[in-house]
Design a protein around this ligand. Structure first.
Ligand SMILES: *Cc1c(COP(=O)(O)O)cnc(C)c1O
Ligand code: SF4
Length: 490
C-alpha cells in the first residue's frame, strides 16, 4: 500500500519507474505562484473534452460518447486534482470520480434525478427539512470538482443561487425555532468568495435559536489552495461552526490537503469526513483502511460512509449493500474505533439516513436478559443484563445458564443460596473457567472466560467466594503486585 500522504508533486524525483502523474508531469510550466493560487486553479479547471484529451489518453472511440455525457452533467477538474490521476491507469480511482466515462451515457436513463426526494421535503427552494431539528441549505450550484456520482447533479446547471432565494432560506430558518442545526451545502459553499459566504454566515448566526452551523465541502480535497488565512479568519467568527469534508480515496490525502485541514482545525473547526462508497474507487478494505488512516493523520474524523445513491447515470459506480457491510466488518476491531465511520444508506424517497451494521448482536432476549454477541473475529460471547438486586431475603436467584459452542467462550453465571457474599473469578485462555459460589448458604459466583484461542495466561477459574462478608470480594487481579506468586508466567 502506498503512503497516502506521499506527495503528489514529486514523482520526478523517484528513482523507480514512477507513476506518470503529478504537477511536474501534467503542468510542468505552471509557476508556484499560479499553482498555489486557488483562483488560478479554479479558472483553469478542465471543463471540456478537448482539454481533457490533451492531458489524458482518452481512447479515440470513446471521445464522442464521453462528449455526449457532458450535455447531461458538466465536468470541472482543478489542475491540482487532475494531477493526482495516474495517466497510465484507465481505472484510476481519481479519474473515476471526476472524468466522464461512457457508462454514464449508457446509464443515463437509470436512476433518479432526486433520489432522496430533497425537493419533496422542501418548504422553500434550497431548504430540505427532513429531520426535526436540522435542515439542509443548498446555497450554491457550483463545485470545485464535479463528482460523477453526485446526488445533486440536478442542480448543477444554473450558475448562482439568487440572493432573493438565499434570503428566503434564511428567513425560513429564522421563523422555525425547532431548527438548531443547519447543514450549509451545495454545490460547494467554499467556492464562493469569502465576503459572499460571510454575508450568508452572518445572517445565519444572527438567528438566536440556531445553535450550530455546519458546512459541507469538497474544497479541501479538490482545491485545497482555497483554504487560506483570509477564509479561516472569517470562518472562526461564526463558531460553533463544523465542517464536513468529503475524501473518498487515500491518494486524496496529500500534503496540500493535510495543510488545508490543519488550517481549518487551527481555526477551531472540527472536521468530519463523509465518504461515498464507490465501485472501483474505494470498495475494498485495504483502500478504505488506508483512507481512514490518512484522515486520522490529518485529524479528520471519519463520520459517514454513504451507500451510493441511485442517482441518474451512476449505476456503474454503485456497489451492493453487502460490500458496505464487508468494509465495516474489515475495519471494526481491526483498527482504531475512532477511524470507523457509520455506514448509512440514505433511504430512497426521503426516509433519511439509515445506519446499517454487521450482525454483531446475534440475538437478545430481554426476558432472560441474555445477549449473544459476536466479535470482530467472529467468536461468540454472552452478555447478561444486570441481575435483580441481591439481598439477604432474596432466596434463590434464577440461574442463567448459557451454552456456548465448543471452542467459544462459555459464561456460566451461577448463584446459590440466600446470602450476600459476592465472588468473582476471571479466566483467560482456553478452556473453561469454573467458579462456584459456596459457603454458608451465601455467595454469588460469576465466571468470565474470554477463551481467545491464543492460549496466553492461565485459566483462573476457581473458587472465589468469601461467604458471610468475610474478607474482601474484590482485589483478585493478577496485576496487583506484591501479593505473592500471583503473576502469570507468560
Ligand atoms: C444528511 C442530512 C442532514 C444531516 O444529518 P446528520 O445525520 O445529522 O448528519 C440533515 N438534513 C438532510 C436533508 C440530510 O440529508
Ligand atoms: S462536491 Fe459534492 S455537491 Fe459537488 S459535485 Fe461533488 S458530490 Fe456533488
Amino acid at each position: 500500500m502506498e503512503d497516502p500522504l506521499a506527495s503528489s508533486t514529486n514523482t520526478a524525483t523517484l528513482a523507480a519507474p514512477a507513476a506518470r502523474r503529478g504537477r511536474g508531469f501534467y503542468f510542468p510550466d505552471v509557476t508556484d505562484a499560479e499553482w498555489n493560487d486557488w483562483k488560478w486553479q479554479f479558472r483553469h479547471r478542465i471543463t471540456s473534452l478537448e482539454e481533457l484529451c490533451r492531458l489524458l489518453p482518452i481512447p479515440e472511440g470513446e471521445r464522442d460518447t464521453r462528449g455526449q455525457v457532458l450535455r447531461d452533467f458538466r465536468m470541472g477538474i482543478p489542475p491540482y486534482y487532475l494531477a493526482l490521476i495516474d495517466a497510465d491507469d484507465p481505472h484510476d480511482p481519481i479519474l473515476r470520480q471526476a472524468v466522464p466515462v461512457s457508462d454514464e451515457l449508457w446509464n443515463r436513463a437509470v436512476g433518479d434525478e432526486d433520489p432522496l426526494a430533497e425537493e419533496a421535503y422542501s418548504p422553500v427552494p434550497g431548504i430540505t427539512h427532513r429531520y426535526p431539528d436540522r435542515v439542509l441549505m443548498v446555497i450554491s450550484n457550483t463545485c470545485a470538482v464535479y463528482c460523477r456520482y453526485c446526488t445533486r447533479k440536478r442542480i448543477m446547471y444554473d450558475d448562482a443561487v439568487p440572493e432573493l432565494e438565499l434570503d428566503r432560506m434564511v428567513e425560513y430558518i429564522a421563523k422555525t425555532p425547532a431548527v438548531r442545526d443547519v447543514v450549509v451545502s451545495g454545490g460547494d459553499p467554499l467556492h464562493l468568495s469569502t465576503p459572499k459566504l460571510e454575508r450568508i454566515l452572518a445572517k445565519l448566526r444572527a438567528i438566536p435559536h440556531l445553535e450550530i452551523i455546519r458546512i459541507g465541502t469538497r474544497v479541501p480535497v479538490a482545491l485545497p489552495q482555497r483554504i487560506d488565512d483570509e477564509l479561516c479568519d472569517m470562518l472562526q467568527k461564526y463558531h460553533p461552526l463544523w465542517i464536513n469534508v468529503h475524501f473518498n480515496h487515500p491518494r486524496e490525502c496529500t500534503p496540500e490537503a493535510a495543510r488545508a485541514c490543519d488550517k481549518l482545525s487551527r481555526a477551531g473547526i472540527p472536521l468530519n469526513n463523509q465518504s461515498v462508497l464507490l465501485r472501483g474507487v474505494n470498495d475494498d478494505v485495504p483502500t478504505m483502511k488506508a483512507l481512514v488512516h490518512g484522515l486520522m493523520r490529518m485529524r479528520v474524523r471519519p463520520y459517514y460512509l454513504y451507500q451510493c445513491d441511485p442517482v441518474r447515470g451512476t449505476e456503474h459506480m454503485r456497489t451492493t449493500v453487502a460490500k458496505g457491510l464487508e468494509i465495516i466488518e474489515g475495519l471494526r476491531g481491526h483498527t482504531s474505533g475512532l477511524a470507523i465511520p457509520t455506514y448509512v444508506v440514505d433511504a430512497p424517497g426521503g426516509g433519511g439516513k439509515v445506519p446499517v451494521t454487521p450482525d454483531y448482536l446475534q440475538g437478545y432476549d430481554p426476558v432472560t436478559g441474555v445477549a449473544r454477541l459476536r466479535n470482530f473475529q467472529k467468536r461468540e460471547f454472552v452478555y447478561t443484563d444486570p441481575r435483580p438486586r441481591l439481598g439477604p431475603d432474596l432466596g434463590t436467584i434464577d440461574v442463567v445458564l448459557v451454552e456456548g459452542e465448543p471452542g467459544h467462550a462459555n459464561g456460566n453465571g451461577h448463584a446459590n443460596g440466600n446470602g450476600n457474599g459476592h465472588g468473582h473469578a476471571n479466566g483467560n485462555g482456553n478452556g473453561n473457567g469454573h467458579a462456584n459460589g459456596n459457603g454458608n448458604g451465601n455467595g454469588v459466583a460469576e465466571v468470565r472466560v474470554p477463551a481467545n484461542g491464543n492460549g496466553f495466561g492461565p485459566v483462573q477459574g476457581g473458587v472465589a467466594s468469601p461467604a458471610n462478608g468475610q474478607g474482601p470480594v474484590v482485589g483478585k487481579s493478577t496485576w496487583v503486585h506484591g501479593r505473592g506468586n500471583r503473576l502469570p508466567t507468560l
